[in-house]
Design a protein around this ligand. Sequence first.
Ligand SMILES: Nc1ncnc2c1ncn2[C@@H]1O[C@H](COP(=O)(O)OP(=O)(O)OP(=O)(O)O)[C@@H](O)[C@H]1O
Length: 242
Amino acid sequence: MMMSILQVEKLCKTYQKQTVLNQISFSLNSGEYFGLIGVNGAGKTTLLKSILDFCHIDAGYIAINHQTHTHPTARQSVAFLPEQFMPPWFLTGQSFLQHISQLRDTLYQKDHISTLCQYLDFPDEFLTKPIRHYSKGMAQKLALMSCFLQNCQLLILDEPMSGLDPKARAYLKRFLLKQKAEKKTTLFFSAHLLADVEILCDRMGILHQGELRFIGTPAECCQQFATNNLEQAYLRCIEADI
Ligand SMILES: Nc1ncnc2c1ncn2[C@@H]1O[C@H](COP(=O)(O)OP(=O)(O)OP(=O)(O)O)[C@@H](O)[C@H]1O
């Protein structure tokens, strides 16, 4: 039997008078990789923030591991990568990761961190440097490492590839696929590259004008929009009412 780890039902979210999310419903099975795509401003970040109870929702129901999302322990099984990672610039990467480990009550294991550095192509020696010396991509890698070291059941990543060079993107995908094969985690992420979604995901969702216009496998998306090219299928989906 499929175990649902995330359940979203009839979620509505408005900012002032703008309806950003209109009756969004979907659920995520344990071990599943789910990619969320949509144009700039479609509401992807708002959806992720709503799930994490970082913003008030107007209506609907969200459960993480069968706990209402507003319950203080609901986020215990979630590691989150924000769209804009703003770490304390005065800390070293290592002290930041140590701090995150402490918060999560997990042991800071140097070997584990070294392995993560290799997986993400992050130079080890930078861990002892202050974060203000990091490039954008290095900070993003640090943020990703902080998510992975928490060993959480559910990873919610807002544009995880953002700022990464092609090598790091390839490495991150390889790492995520490895985690998937080992059934170590469930992944819910937003993305702009359809190729990433196609390679990584079991299912994808297309968020457009407040609604989830499509939910299913990338192959089903192509099938539904009568093309063998996911980019074409995506365009047909969001341009359906033009
Ligand atoms: N705090 C806020 N107050 C008012 N409006 C907001 C706020 N945050 C987001 N919005 C609006 O909500 C809509 C959805 O924004 P959101 O950031 O969720 O989009 P997104 O799909 O993540 O976009 P992108 O792909 O550009 O990151 C946009 O129209 C945005 O202007």
